[in-house]
Design a protein around this ligand. Structure first.
Ligand SMILES: Nc1ncnc2c1ncn2[C@@H]1O[C@H](COP(=O)(O)OP(=O)(O)O)[C@@H](O)[C@H]1O
Ligand SMILES: [Mg+2]
Length: 273
């Protein structure tokens, strides 16, 4: 998947400014940014629901609007819910049928997806009766039923309890390991940091990109040195770290500041410029 110089406005609102990005198979890439940053607008163009005003997008070698490519992509839009008056199992089953999955393959896939997402026991419940978190997971199962090559998830873990969140993360990691490309949007920094091979910070335009550790390195020559003897944390610049720890007698830890601290720094720099 590749995006070149995409611009998108809604009337006077510029939502995406000159965005370029890419995604390979076997990696998880996150679009990270606050509400209103333009994440949903960008992914809607990537899966062909909106057209860019300017710029170009290639999805598995085709245009996003090509119908052939839709079968090879699994999408979970931000505002989306299952069919309330169908059971959990039927929701996945009918989407599978629509996408051309057949017979035993379909049944086996439903079983494995529902089990992996902790929904197997609820397979006969009406979707209407599920909690918000379970509905979200059901949507994920529906998006994956055709075994897509590329998966696009817009805020997949919003409203999930910690356990469900971890189930979704595990599933995304399995998908990556099986060679799929995964694009997700999130405003959760810990999620982006833990899951992603690469991150694009979005705030209308791309304000930073790289692996979580590259971003940490680039945006900060500051390290936190935690002295376990006193329990104190000292923020020091890279060239001073050796000096500081040489003076410590007990155990200590040196770490980079969290992505969260850098995120706030990057966004405030962007607003100033
Ligand atoms: N259909 C629309 N009509 C008008 N404005 C929109 C529409 N969709 C999004 N916007 C505006 O575009 C900006 C980016 O929104 P969005 O892409 O939803 O951000 P995010 O997903 O990062 O929260 C916001 O200012 C939002 O109000
Ligand atoms: Mg959004």
């Amino acid at each position: 998947m590749e995006v070149w110089g995409v611009w998108k406005s809604f009337g006077p609102i510029l939502a995406n400014e000159d965005i370029s990005m890419d995604l390979e198979r076997g990696e998880i890439v996150s679009l990270l940014g606050p509400n209103g940053a333009g994440k949903t607008t960008l992914v809607r163009q990537i899966y062909g629901e909106l057209r860019p005003d300017k710029g170009r997008i290639s999805l598995l070698g085709s245009k996003p609007s090509d119908s052939s490519v839709k079968e090879r992509v699994g999408v979970i839009p931000q505002e989306c819910s299952p069919y309330d008056d169908l059971s959990v199992w039927d929701n996945v089953y009918y989407v599978g049928k629509l996408k051309g999955v057949k017979g035993e393959v379909l049944k086996e896939r439903i079983r494995s997806l529902l089990t992996g997402l902790g929904l197997w026991e609820r397979r006969d419940s009406l979707a209407d009766l599920l909690s918000g978190g379970m509905k979200r997971k059901l949507l994920i199962a529906m998006a994956l039923v055709n075994d897509p090559e590329l998966v696009i998830l817009d805020e997949p873990t919003v409203g999930l309890d910690p356990e469900s969140r971890r189930e979704v993360w595990d599933l995304l990691n399995q998908l990556r390991a099986s060679g799929k490309g995964i694009l997700l949007t999130t405003h959760y920094l810990d999620e982006a940091e833990r899951l992603s091979d690469r991150v694009y910070f979005l705030n209308r335009k791309i304000v930073a990109k790289g692996t979580p550790s590259q971003i940490k390195e680039r945006f900060s020559d500051q390290y936190d040195v935690i002295d376990y003897t006193t329990g104190r944390t000292i923020r020091v610049s890279g060239d001073k770290v050796k000096d500081v720890i040489s003076k410590m007698s007990g155990k200590f830890e040196v770490r980079l500041p969290s992505l969260e601290e850098i995120y706030l720094e990057v966004l405030s720099d962007d607003q100033r410029s």
